[in-house]
Design a protein around this ligand. Sequence first.
Ligand SMILES: [Zn+2]
Length: 429
Amino acid sequence: MTRAVVVAAVAGVLTVSAGKPAARSGQPAPQFDLLIKNGHVLDPANNVDAVVDVAISGTKIARVAAAIDPAQARRVVEAKGLHVVPGLIDIHSHVFFGTEKDAYLSNADTAVAPDNHSFRSGQTTLVDAGGAGWRNFLQFKEQVIDRARTRVLSFINIVGSGMKGGPVEQNLADMDARLTAMRIKQHPGVIVGIKVAHYGGPEWDPVTRAVAAGTQMGVPVMVDFGNHTPPLPLEDLLLKHLRPGDILTHTYAHVTGRFPIVDESGTVRPYVLAARKRGLVFDVGHGGGSFLFRQAVPAMKQGFAPDVISTDLHTGSMNGGMKDILNVMSKFLNLGMTLPDVIKANTSRAAAVIKRPDLGTLGAGAEADIAVLNLRQGTFGFIDTGGGRFTGTQKLECELTVKGGQVVWDLNGIASPMWTALSGPAKEP
Ligand SMILES: [Zn+2]
């Protein structure tokens, strides 16, 4: 493409989106690259819950304030009636996509290539939950993390070979706290925690080794609990083995081999409430088999809302009842959580859980990761992983996603100029 064509295409954007020519000769260049106007900003990290404008310069949030002059921006998005929130963080996804046969969620096609799923549901950060262990983390980094536009982080599996399924995940000899800690030390802020999952033996060793590595490196442990023969008590996991800040995922699951958090009489177990008081983190981890309305409805009626609302994304869950993070967040809206609380769970709270407080915020100077959401009203059906349907009246939909200042998803073209304003050959994507 020639330079002249690039200029022509950009000039079209300038004229139409900014409302008036933004960079006429003799006038100072606009100070903002993108301005999202008149949206209802929900930014729990900064206690913002108001109709204000969000201005972006380059890759960063420049300013959040009322009535920012559109003439100061190269590109203006009208977001009246929409919610403007920090880019969503999913702390439990499976994105170690690859082509290895029979490898479950570790370099396998049951996992999802991150950009194929993230932006269309307002997500700018996906945390892979245990796809890679210390042995194959570098492959995960080179193959996925370094290539994706989505920010991809990792809970590294305590199993050195990662989440390959079957006997690989049952090998205690491949669960090494020291080597796991060494790998975390090499990638601080990218490996944000340690995952324990799927072990079926009677020992606590996978948990105790993960906690040892987590204590050494100052990162949380996420546990997918169950499968043990004989079953290990959830009470001991929550009150004896895990530390404040550690995470129980699949909170609203009821599967064989794990005690559900709501007992047979419909009451949230006292030790679950005690664990919350201790500072344990309860994550949804919806997945293909880990979210039942018959657990979530009574739990929510008793005020037991999740700390973090994650997907447990993989090809099974995304095509089942889970669908995407907004669908799961919508379930909790319809179960009684407020919109600000639902947004907080997947922005500032999720960022705090993974100790990345630089994320999940629209504070000036932060990376410009933004989701613009439409809260639709109507009659909507939601499905759990037992096949049960729940009817609700609200549903979140993603209109626009911005990652590092770049528009990466624009459902209805609200950030795009009218086609009539453009001419010449198309700009290359
Ligand atoms: Zn998972």
